[in-house]
Design a protein around this ligand. Structure first.
Ligand SMILES: [Zn+2]
Length: 257
């Protein structure tokens, strides 16, 4: 069967917007440990149930000018941002992976990273319900697809072990917790999905991003040197870049040596 040109892209854009809308529900409800399926969406302020008209990704936010239709209280700008971001991430994945089984795996991985990104930014936690099953699922998939089970196991060991050693060493040295073990489990999950090479790249990229974010915050006087930016947020951004462009980045780096 011949697929009309542009059809896949349209499906990806609409699918990305709808999935982004679902990710918003996960981001809102996972930290409070409520079901992500029931009840139907409500305004967090007035509790009015939302109809389909209030739930159209991005469009509803723009149409309602960022306010609840019923009580007029401002809606978090996080909703349209997550929807648009998920849509963009879906399209990028299509350009990189094309119609392959790996596309589905990396899209699922990207969704997990977007949820962890937003929850860590807002609540400074990385829920175990994502990271722990993520380690197992990443490894099982690696039995059939890249990076393969050996690379995946090495990724789990190095990703988890690296951060665990830093956290433990820092604690012994300074008697303060440098990072929570949520970060350790998250980087182990990244290792399970992406393998040992890309988990190293993720770690390096997250330090770069951390440096840039910290410099920007200090330069614009939004923060001083002691302000903490949640590490899981930068780890998620780094893992997304590594998943999409890591192989190319590594090849380029090795060619310059
Ligand atoms: Zn309301």
């Amino acid at each position: 069967m011949e697929v009309p040109p542009g059809f896949a892209e349209i499906v990806l854009v609409l699918g990305g917007l709808c999935v982004g809308s679902f990710l918003n529900v996960c981001i809102h409800r996972l930290p409070t440990r409520t079901s992500i399926v029931f009840p139907a969406s409500r305004c967090p302020s007035c509790g009015h149930a939302l109809s389909w008209k209030d739930n159209i990704p991005v469009a509803s936010y723009v149409w309602l000018r960022g306010r609840c239709r019923y009580c007029g209280v401002p809606i978090s700008v996080r909703y349209p941002i997550v929807e648009a971001l998920t849509c963009g991430v879906f399209v990028l994945h299509w350009f990189v992976f094309g119609p392959t089984p790996l596309l589905i795996v990396r899209l699922a991985f990207a969704c997990a990273m977007i949820v962890l990104f937003a929850i860590d930014l807002e609540h400074q936690i990385l829920p175990n319900v994502i990271t722990l099953p993520g380690i197992g699922v990443g490894f099982v998939i690696s039995l059939f697809l890249p990076p393969g089970p050996v690379m995946s196991l090495a990724g789990i060991a190095l990703g988890g072990g690296l951060l665990w050693a830093i956290a433990e060493g820092w604690y012994r040295l300074r008697k303060v917790e440098a990072m929570g073990f949520g970060d350790v489990k998250m980087l182990a999950m990244v290792g399970a999905f992406l393998g040992v090479k890309l988990v190293v790249l993720t770690f390096v990229l997250s330090s770069f991003i951390g440096g840039i974010v910290a410099t920007a915050l200090v330069a614009t006087r939004r923060a001083d040197m002691a302000t903490k930016v949640p590490y899981g947020t930068m780890l998620a951004a780094a893992a997304l870049i590594a998943s999409l462009y890591g192989d190319g980045l590594l090849a380029w780096y090795l060619s310059t040596m």
